[in-house]
Design a protein around this ligand. Structure first.
Ligand code: SAH
Ligand code: SF4
Ligand code: F3S
Length: 447
């Protein structure tokens, strides 16, 4: 008898959202969730293809599952292995070649078909494998279950998916397909349901979330700025965030929302990738450093206390010492409070894949470490500023072992921890900060 499922997630927030939807599908079918590998009758891996390392995580996970599947087989228990997400989309049937014990490969835009695929597997003709890789975003969102089982204080909500920008290094246009925006009605329904189930904060998701252009309630085109005004009217919703924004898609309604919508948090993730115009051009990012800085200054005009985070790629083909220095100079100008930074990873199928590499691995690592030290300096400094001051924290998680320990996020997206013997889950409070660290803050105990 098949009873329990486990979903293991790699990759970005959108994969976290998709994994929740996959879990909802299994719950709807009457299965139970387990966190124990050996117990899982269905083992789903939701994968990421963005860098080679991310992709290889799938195969090391599969190595582990293969052993578990063999052991369970000895006890006459079957394990259905499902590979979902961006590697599934990119590699399709190839996955069976490297891991023949996988049963289902399902892409990031077709996992709504899982109930059907699971039914087929259960009535299975021996050794039959299934692959679904269609891009059907409308049908996907139409057929996904509504949030019934997973209730969170802070919830992701995908409003836009896919990308038409084709930065030369990036697989997303191939793994997530062309840009698609959900309608305002659909988003509003999902948001209201989340809030009725206890959500206080919604994080709107999209690969280019500010390129959102869905149909509004009067069948006109809506943008992200306008959508935020609409969502802010939901009573009980306390906070709104969005990610990932692209510099090219910032628009007037969005700037205005930062000024007028109090629920919109003063934190913006706006990836630049490089501080050199030459490299930005080579990457096909379609903006210059000067334009990017103008955008940063403009957002600040609308919301004075807003802070920024970014993604960086070091060692892109053609990056000289001077180009790299320009990235460092840019960081000194913006003083990011958070960041993600990576060594460039050539991805098969992208235009940059065949570009000549001009740097030794050791030099790439050196640059990454210099960059990360600088980013760390600004993040630590930012956090330090709040010692003995107050931050507004939404607590999303309380663990009660001996005493309650609660975790939450400040308006500026800093992780804040408090041990105050109280269940803080779902509470929003102004909390005094006692200690600061590189990536978190500790609040003063209220008792
Ligand atoms: N849509 C977002 C980024 C999505 S991908 C944007 O355009 O800003 C998330 C991050 O992964 C990117 O910002 C980039 O920094 C990194 N990334 C993407 N492809 C990469 C590659 N081939 N090598 C290294 N980092 C990469
Ligand atoms: Fe990838 Fe560029 Fe699209 Fe971002 S904008 S998802 S980096 S292609
Ligand atoms: Fe990875 Fe796919 Fe997200 S490649 S970063 S899981 S869109």
């Amino acid at each position: 008898m098949l009873e329990k499922f486990k979903v293991k997630t790699f990759g970005c927030q959108m994969n976290v959202y998709d994994s929740q939807k996959i879990s909802e599908i299994f719950f709807d079918l009457g299965y139970k969730n387990t966190f124990i590998d050996q117990e899982a009758d269905f083992y789903v891996i939701n994968t990421c293809h963005i860098r080679n390392k991310a992709k290889e995580k799938l195969y090391s996970e599969l190595g582990k599952i293969y052993k578990i599947k063999k052991n369970r087989n000895k006890k006459n228990r079957n394990t259905i292995v499902i590979v979902a997400g961006c590697v599934a989309q990119a590699e399709g049937e190839e996955i069976f070649k490297r891991a023949p014990f996988v049963d289902i490969v399902v892409g990031s835009q077709s996992y709504q078909k899982l109930p059907h695929l699971i039914k087929k597997i259960k009535n299975k003709i021996k050794n039959k494998k299934f692959v679904e890789l269609d891009f059907e975003p409308k049908s996907k969102f139409d057929h996904l279950p509504k949030n019934k089982y997973i209730h969170e204080v802070s919830s992701y909500l995908t409003i836009q998916e896919g990308c038409n920008k084709f930065c030369k290094f990036c697989v997303v246009p191939y793994t997530r397909g062309p840009e698609y925006s959900r309608s305002v009605k659909e988003i509003l329904n999902e948001a209201e349901l989340l809030v009725n189930n206890g959500t206080k904060e919604i994080i709107l998701l999209g690969q280019n979330v500010n390129a959102y252009h869905g149909q509004d309630l009067n069948n006109k085109e809506c943008n992200l700025g306008k959508l935020i005004y609409i969502l802010a009217k939901i009573k009980g919703l306390k906070r709104i965030r969005y990610m990932t924004a692209h510099p090219k898609d910032m628009h007037d309604d969005l700037y205005k929302a930062h000024k007028n919508v109090e629920k919109l948090m003063p934190f913006l993730h706006l990836p630049i990738q490089s501080g050199s115009n030459k490299i930005l051009k080579a990457m096909n990012r379609n903006y210059s450093v000067e334009e990017y800085l103008k955008i940063i200054n403009k957002v600040k005009e609308f919301r004075k206390d807003i802070v920024f985070s970014s993604d960086f790629i070091v060692g892109y083909p053609g990056e000289t010492k001077e180009d790299f220095q320009k990235t460092l100079d840019l960081i000194d100008k913006v003083k990011y409070v958070q960041s993600f930074s990576f060594i460039y990873s050539p991805r098969p199928g992208t235009t940059a894949y065949n570009l000549k590499d001009n740097l030794k691995e050791s030099e790439k690592k050196r640059r990454l470490s210099v960059l990360q030290n600088k980013l760390r300096f600004y993040q630590e400094n930012f956090n330090k500023n709040f010692v003995k001051k107050s931050l507004n924290v939404l607590f999303s998680n309380s663990i009660n072992e001996k005493n309650y320990q609660s975790l939450g996020y400040s308006q500026y997206m800093q992780l804040v921890r408090i041990n105050n013997k109280k269940d803080m889950q779902g509470k929003i409070e102004d909390i005094k900060i006692k200690k600061s660290f590189y990536k978190s803050l500790e609040a003063v105990s209220l008792n």
